[in-house]
Ligand binder design. Sequence first.
Ligand SMILES: Cc1cc2nc3c(=O)[nH]c(=O)nc-3n(C[C@H](O)[C@H](O)[C@H](O)COP(=O)(O)OP(=O)(O)OC[C@H]3O[C@@H](n4cnc5c(N)ncnc54)[C@H](O)[C@@H]3O)c2cc1C
Length: 326
Amino acid sequence: MVTGYPELIFADLTVDFSSWISGVRGRLDSNKLLSAVTWFRVGGPAQLLFAPKDEDDLCFFLKNLPEEVPVRVIGLGSNLLIRDGGLPGVTIRLSGRGFSNIEVLPGKQMRVGAAMPDAKFAKTAAVSGIGGFSFYRGVPGAMGGALRMNAGAHGTETRDGLISVRAVNRSGNIVNISVDDMGYSYRHCSVPDNLIFVSALFQGKDMDPDFLAREMDEVTLYREQNQPVREKTGGSTFKNPHNNSAWKLIDQAGLRGKVLGGARFSDKHCNFLINEDNATAFDLESLGELARARVYEQSGVQLEWEIKRWGNWDETGVVPVFARPD
Ligand SMILES: Cc1cc2nc3c(=O)[nH]c(=O)nc-3n(C[C@H](O)[C@H](O)[C@H](O)COP(=O)(O)OP(=O)(O)OC[C@H]3O[C@@H](n4cnc5c(N)ncnc54)[C@H](O)[C@@H]3O)c2cc1C
């Protein structure tokens, strides 16, 4: 039973899958609240949350899953705003045990599982004298999310050191994708949303481990000083518009520290929305849309969400999406 969302409980999908579900080895949870696994600590239930035990288990599940059932994959939930009415269909979250392998290979290459936290990947690279990955020290997701979002910081992005990605498609088959075929741009990748990345191969640079340790410390210090890293947040709310900064536009629109319900724009870094006081996803998304409207009125710029917003609305209502009047 999901407390707090009694009227939102989805039908138990596993009943429909009774002919094959006993062959699944990973964990299956019906109506699991996603607020437990997102950085914002908001979000209604997943109709079915599946944590595959390993790659074979994931392939078996997807091969059997009827094609009309929607599938989403989540990582550590550091870039996600899941709405209060929850996510219908299947949500997949790769298990740490099955998908966090890491290998240091000859020629300063590394192969890493998609559930490996970015910061641990950065640390392994640094102690192995493999440069180019220290920026991951400050990105609080896992590698699958970094591959999807083309995560980046301090002038480096995921695509810069990437060679190729191994993924499982919606039919449960393995595909390998070269970096050139990922269709990367700023915080975006254009391969289909239902591809589940399971591992990736990276090419680093030969560098001194002591230098890399210092570089990682600098990243940590920068974050501590400039971002609300101990808050319930989703990182940068909006993408930086061309030749501009989202935080500057939000600041100029008078929204630094702005509160709506339990949500607030951080005083420390005003492109970060925070769940300050038991916010709902509705509060957070409403404040984001308010900012899009005010920034447009003030500067004529239409901000684009970087945070992914998914799922159903609950009985509170629907957040009106700001659209340019022209
Ligand atoms: C305090 C803070 C600081 C941040 N700083 C930065 C920063 O400096 N730079 C930056 O780029 N981002 C930053 N972020 C945003 C976020 O950490 C990144 O986007 C991160 O890469 C998301 O990874 P995740 O595992 O949390 O993915 P999630 O938030 O769970 O998911 C994000 C997207 O990735 C997809 N995804 C996740 N796993 C997989 C997979 N295995 N296969 C296919 N798709 C997958 C999801 O479907 C979704 O579309 C920050 C966030 C916070 C909270």
